[in-house]
Ligand binder design. Sequence first.
Ligand code: G6P
Length: 615
Amino acid sequence: MCGIVGAIAKNDVVPFLLEGLSRLEYRGYDSAGIVVANEGLHRLRTTGRVSELSKLVNTGGTTGFTGIAHTRWATHGAPSERNAHPHFSGDHRKIAVVHNGIIENHEVLRQRLQQDGFRFLSDTDTEVIAHLVSFHLRETDDLLDAVCSSLAELKGAYAIAVMEESRPDRIIVARNGAPLLLGIGEDGFYAASDASALVQVTQQVIYLEEGDVAELSDQGYRIRNCLDSVKGCEVTRTVTTSTLTRDAVELGPYSHFMQKEIFEQPVALANTLEMVLNAQSISPQLFGSDAQTIFSQTKRLLILACGTSYHAGLVAKYWLETIAKLPCDVEIASEYRYRDPIADPTTLVIGVSQSGETADTLAALNYAKALGHRYSLAICNVPESALIRQTDLRFLTRAGPEIGVASTKAFTTQLAVLLLLTAVLAKMRNKLSSQEEQKMIAALRHLPVAIQRALQSEPEIKQWSGDFSQKHHALFLGRGVHYPIALEGALKLKEISYIHAEAYAAGELKHGPLALVDSGMPIVAIAPNDELLEKLKSNLQEVRARGGQLYVFADADSQIEASDGVHIIRLAEYGGVLSPIMHTIPLQLLAYHVALQKGTDVDKPRNLAKSVTVE
Ligand code: G6P
């Protein structure tokens, strides 16, 4: 979704702003813009990529010591130059605004401001903020005060940055429901919606809190919190050292971030499981100091998530019900938040999210709490995210920054944590003997190696990808705990190769999708050597009998043979309870190689965003 960067420094800030925008590209966007103060406000905007904006900047020779820039993911108004940020307001005291999020009461404000004589030049909700600040500048000289008064009138979740032509020595930034952090550099002060945009200049950062409004000047910064009053009161926020390094957000020897992140999975899993791999037992404390108390009161689980994280939840349902014998519901967050579900204080609500900023997941979690669910747990990859701050318990997946829009290492690390949770709950409920616990720890210790082996199937998968790149549709089949993995495989393929892919529980095939099967239809089957294999084989026969082309991911020891129309790739071993994690790897590689063949933008698929911070 949209990205913000801002800077006020002793040297030209344009290279920082452009580099910052390019580091935010992964969030997804469809236009970009920049404004720099240099004897007036110089603005450039484009519907092209950040590289296009850089060309415009270079051609114009734009430089300056103060500036703000933005990548826009269209919500209100089409992706066009006119709608791209920054937006201007004011003839005498010109100001520029960039904004992430949504202003819910923009229509009412727009009407009021139009009556006051403000002329709107875009279809965006953002322009309302620009005119509102201009309006309040009629009452005060101080931009910070004018911004605070404007924010008091806004409804919605947002982060903003504002500059004023007549005072190019400061930038005002604010957050309310969308992430924003400050960077304290040696040569200047910076702001960004994501830490990855700041690593180029500093690792000293301040995560702004809800209602914070900060003024950055060439002399320093000050922060007010305006949650309880319009003008707010000055607050001090801790400066932390970001653990993010340049390497973590750079490609290195890889062609794409998605490829890098697929191959990082052995390390990501080892890091996430570190506390367990070196221990003799799996302890509830891994989830927080109150975990023992909360888990002992837990009678049911409710997992809320979106996209790939939702698929992780679906896998967990199988584990939690089979191993821990705890009933578990998994709900798409955007559906849950608008239903009338029955609350129960003994149900532990679990938010699963790689970003921790997905608007629907956050809203669903808050809704569940408001309904009367007492305790909550976050499983998340971003330590400073909103989700992590809102729950009683938390487990941080330590996958490292995930830049590719299509989630890979975040997913497999979520699965590993959900399996740990299953083991903890099973143990507390006497459903896991100490022998079984040791077996589980041994399996988890082996997981990074098993994933490394699964990655070795890449050359064979590459060979298959040519067949898929010619197709418009594909079906994915799985059974039991591997059905959600089929869903995830289909999602990966459609996200990055734009091939229409559907996943079905293999037993459901004959109730509809079989009608689609002919010799032109590729069908991917996940065929681990588990208790459902024989059932799956019958389903595959149904497909072959209709001429469908089967692409089967089997295990080394499963008795499925290749034949005419049946292509097989074998994983090195059957992973037992970890099999869903291992079977995810070839599906990620398949999607990646098909997308390469099709020449799509693997890391930044059209229309999609990494952090979906709007509804
Ligand atoms: C977006 C991303 C997906 C992700 C989903 C949920 O659609 O492109 O990769 O699975 O959001 O995101 P979350 O951060 O909550 O896991």
